[in-house]
Design a protein around this ligand. Structure first.
Ligand code: G6P
Length: 611
């Protein structure tokens, strides 16, 4: 799980590579390196640590040259260290490669190569690739890389250069993402679009088992038999500024603040004047739907939590039975999936390995797959029958925020669409919900406007060792997501419970001064949650409450809460889009108050492209 970038053109490659790596740092940040070719010689600089540590090496040791490759690593084989950092050299130092993915048969390849006299300088799986390329090299890097990939089992995206061929950069991909950025008199490769968004908005997306031969004026794509492949250009409308911090101290805060806009982008063009739902890339007809007897929702992490809310939406509005499972469980449980199943997958990156495996299983069994993802042309988008792009724009912080909110909004659109196809959602209900969905950005803004007050509260309570979150219905799901955010970025222990389950065990954890974050935005269970809050308070717990204005008069002892935030009145099904923002901000301020690296929390990576 790493990031790769490559450049060929007339400019100095080093700085372009380092800038690209900074934008890919969310994919891995335990070591990084660049290889630049100049005067028929490749020079490599690599360093354990963050990209700024690599910059420290380069500052007194600039590498000149206009073609190069770079890598930011998240260790899988071999500890983070200078020697395990990429790029890796062939023995004669004429070939350098960077790799993202995992080579599963690297042990046996390594033994084989060793017996043939190849010497290894690292503990990585990647190094077998460069030695294989060296072994097969006879003056044509494209052919050698292609031949080497035939020996590999596992996943890879590869960038390779050779000092014998100073005018071309070779790329290959299988099961790890790779895009080719199309410039004028210069071209790029990268693990994702934001890495080189500053230079171009036009891309070719490399598919599995394909290779690319890139010169400064030309890009050729080939299949594994080295036959040329035609590829359409993908044009993105993202602003390069979207991939920068734009004055915020952390990407996460920027992305939290972008949510009102992201939500509008997610629903824009999808709600017709009359309130009807229009989902261009979803071509499920009434007849298709009649054949579907159940839905499965599969995702990982935050995307899974968005799925939990989506499940409730679809069950409510389309009355179709739904199972939901994390992808890592689904893929090994021998799921009951048939041609009558609709599998809905959610994924910010569109590259999560377990989610991709779930799609594979479902498709092999004849199921239809609908993907909700943020990344255009991602593997998940390409492998699904129907796709809804969340349009959240690039999400850089490891902890997902705007992707979550847009996923929940898209799930609402899916639920209404399916409900309409089944004739279960009245014109009136549709109009009300879609109108409210459009207004949800204002409710999110209210939470953002409360940031300062929230920061004050969180900072004053930053030393609590445990935090518990409770809610019922949608609010329970929101609590699950809030608890995940707190764990991910502040490292404070936190757990979420359905408020009704408190009495069945968790209440034993409550003692004098314990903080409980309660979400109470759902009318049908309001009084029930209030009773649970009372149970917490009578045991000395301090309650942080998020609720709606309209419930103000129905909450007794408001003044006895430790802190209360009110959201403007809205339909209870819309509330999860806004209430979660208080919890995202809570987690953010807690992490900041505890001095954490918010955007790159320890041990985590944004795109989990390995199992
Ligand atoms: C990682 C990230 C999470 C994300 C999850 C699923 O664990 O750190 O933020 O929710 O992967 O990723 P996806 O790209 O499929 O949404």
């Amino acid at each position: 799980m790493c990031g790769i970038v490559g450049y060929i053109g007339d400019k100095q490659a080093q700085n372009i590579l380092v800038d690209g790596l900074k934008r890919l740092e969310y994919r891995g940040y335990d070591s990084s390196g660049v290889a630049v070719l100049d005067n028929n010689q490749i020079e490599i600089a690599k360093k354990k640590g963050k990209i700024k540590d690599l910059e420290g090496v380069l500052v007194n040791n600039e590498i000149n040259g206009t073609i190069g490759i770079g890598h930011t690593r998240w260790a899988t084989h071999g500890e983070p260290s200078d020697r395990n950092a990429h790029p890796h050299f062939s023995m004669d130092e004429k070939i350098a490669i960077v790799h993202n993915g995992i080579i599963e048969n690297y042990n046996e390849l390594r033994e084989e190569l060793k017996s043939e006299g190849y010497k290894f300088n690292s503990d990585t799986d990647t190094e077998v690739i460069v030695h294989l390329v060296e072994k097969y090299y006879d003056g044509d890097l494209l052919k050698a890389v292609n031949r080497a990939t035939k020996d590999l089992v596992g996943s890879y995206s590869i960038g390779a250069i050779s000092s014998d061929e100073p005018d071309r950069l070779i790329a290959a991909r299988y099961s790890s993402p790779l895009v080719i950025g199309i410039g004028e008199g210069e071209n790029f490769i990268a693990s994702d679009i934001p890495a080189v968004l500053e230079h171009t908005k036009n891309y070719y997306i490399l598919e599995d088992h394909e290779l690319a031969e890139i010169t400064k004026n030309d890009i050729k794509i080939y299949n594994q038999d080295l036959e040329p492949v035609e590829r359409e250009i993908t044009h993105v409308t993202w602003d390069a500024k979207d991939a920068q911090k734009d004055g915020y101290p952390f990407f996460m805060l920027k992305e939290i603040n972008e949510q009102p806009r992201a939500l509008q982008d997610a629903i824009r063009g999808r709600i017709k004047e009359n309130g009807d739902i229009k989902l261009d890339d979803v071509v499920i007809t009434k007849e298709d739907l009649d054949k579907i007897d159940h839905i499965q929702i599969v995702a990982c992490g935050t995307a899974y939590n968005a799925g939990l809310i989506g499940k409730k939406y679809i069950e409510k509005y389309a009355r179709i039975p739904i199972e939901i499972e994390t992808a890592s469980e689904y893929r090994y449980k021998n799921p009951i999936v048939t041609e009558n199943t609709l599998l809905i997958v959610l994924s910010q990156s569109g590259e999560t390995a377990d989610t991709l495996a779930a799609i594979d299983i479902a498709k092999k069994n004849g199921a239809r797959v609908l993907a909700i993802t943020n990344v255009i042309g991602s593997s998940i988008a390409r492998q699904s029958n129907d796709v809804i792009y969340t349009n959240a724009g690039p999400e850089i912080a490891v902890a997902s925020t705007k992707a979550y909110v847009t996923q929940v909004a898209c799930m609402m659109l899916v639920a209404l669409h399916l409900g309409r196809l089944k004739g279960l959602v009245s014109d009136e209900k549709l109009k009300k919900l879609t109108t409210e969905l459009k207004q949800a950005s204002d409710h999110i803004q209210k939470a953002l406007d409360d940031s300062e007050e929230l920061e004050e509260y969180v900072t004053a309570n930053k030393d609590h060792e445990d935090l518990y979150l409770i809610g019922r219905g949608h609010d329970y799901n929101t609590a699950i997501e809030g608890s995940l955010k707190i764990k991910e970025i502040s490292y404070v222990h936190s757990e979420s419970f359905s408020a009704g389950e408190l009495k069945h065990g968790p209440i034993a954890l409550i003692e004098d001064g314990t903080i409980v974050l309660a979400v109470a935005t759902q009318e049908d269970v309001l009084e029930k949650v209030m009773s649970n809050i009372e149970e917490v308070r009578t045991r000395g717990g301090k309650v942080f409450l998020v609720t709606q204005e309209k419930f103000k008069d129905r909450i007794a002892d408001l003044d006895k809460m430790d802190k209360v935030f009110f959201l403007p009145d809205m339909d209870d099904d819309i509330a999860p889009l806004a209430s979660v923002v208080y919890l995202q901000l809570f987690a953010y301020f807690l992490a900041v108050a505890n001095g954490r690296n918010v955007d790159q929390p320890r041990n985590l990576a944004k795109a989990v492209t390995v199992e």
